[in-house]
Write a protein that binds this ligand. Structure first.
Ligand code: O7E
Length: 211
């Protein structure tokens, strides 16, 4: 299965709800991050959860273990079903997120490598592979890996085996769904869907790549 994950990075509450409702029949999950939550409040999660799709909290949690626990408890209490954490704070910090996810019956994903050009500065020289080792060590559910660099996704698949890979960078950042869909478990797509005149139709265009 390759899921289509709508990245709902709009900053107007009613527009977010309108787009999410229109796209929901064409998508498998919705990812919400700082842009929408800072604009509309954490309560938007409860409204979105009513659409019946898994809701992923993209807060790239990156603190000491105790603070990560406190953040993740709020995330899951708000109605999210998964959280995204950074791995660079170390295994104990990631484990705090994984434990909070498990306590809530949810999932935790770790950023292994990012999709933008500047990501090469620090997500290089074996660092993504070390982050994948933290995923294995902590029992996290999977990684975030860049659709803009399919060859790197292939390399990271070797590291994570059957754990899930969710991949952003398709569309607006230049990633090609035809090149990435078969390599990953989830395609994360934002602007090319929510920025389209007809977001539902734009989401439907990804149907051939959902397996
Ligand atoms: O480029 P777009 O509009 O399709 O949006 C992509 C989304 O994925 C956006 O929310 C961005 O913050 C996120 N993202 C990346 O684009 N690149 C990354 O390397 C990581 C993420 C991300 O979502 O990280 C956690 C999943």
């Amino acid at each position: 299965m390759t899921d289509l994950i709508l990245s709902l990075d709009v900053t107007d509450r009613s527009e977010a709800l309108r787009i999410a409702a229109a796209v929901a029949p064409e998508a498998d999950a919705i990812k919400v991050g700082y842009p929408l939550v800072l604009a509309a409040g954490l309560g938007i999660a409860h409204d979105l959860a009513e659409l019946g799709l898994p809701l992923i909290a993209d807060f790239k949690v990156a603190d000491i273990p105790n603070t990560n626990t406190l953040i993740c408890e709020q995330v899951f209490a708000a109605g999210f079903s998964a959280v995204i954490a950074q791995g660079f704070p170390g295994p104990d910090s990631v484990l705090a997120c994984v434990d909070a996810a498990r306590a809530a019956g949810g999932e935790c994903y770790v950023v292994a490598e990012m999709s933008h050009p500047g990501a090469r500065t620090f997500f290089s020289e074996g660092v993504p592979e070390r982050l994948c080792a933290i995923v294995a060590e902590t029992g996290a559910d999977g990684i975030i890996a860049p659709a803009t660099r399919p060859e790197r996704v292939r390399a990271l698949r070797e590291q994570v085996g059957t754990k899930k890979i969710l991949s952003p960078g398709i569309g607006a950042q230049g990633g090609d769904p035809a090149a990435i869909a078969a390599l990953v478990d989830g395609m994360i797509v934002g602007r090319s869907i929510y920025g389209a005149e007809d977001p539902a139709a734009a989401a439907r265009a990804y149907a051939p790549y959902r397996r």
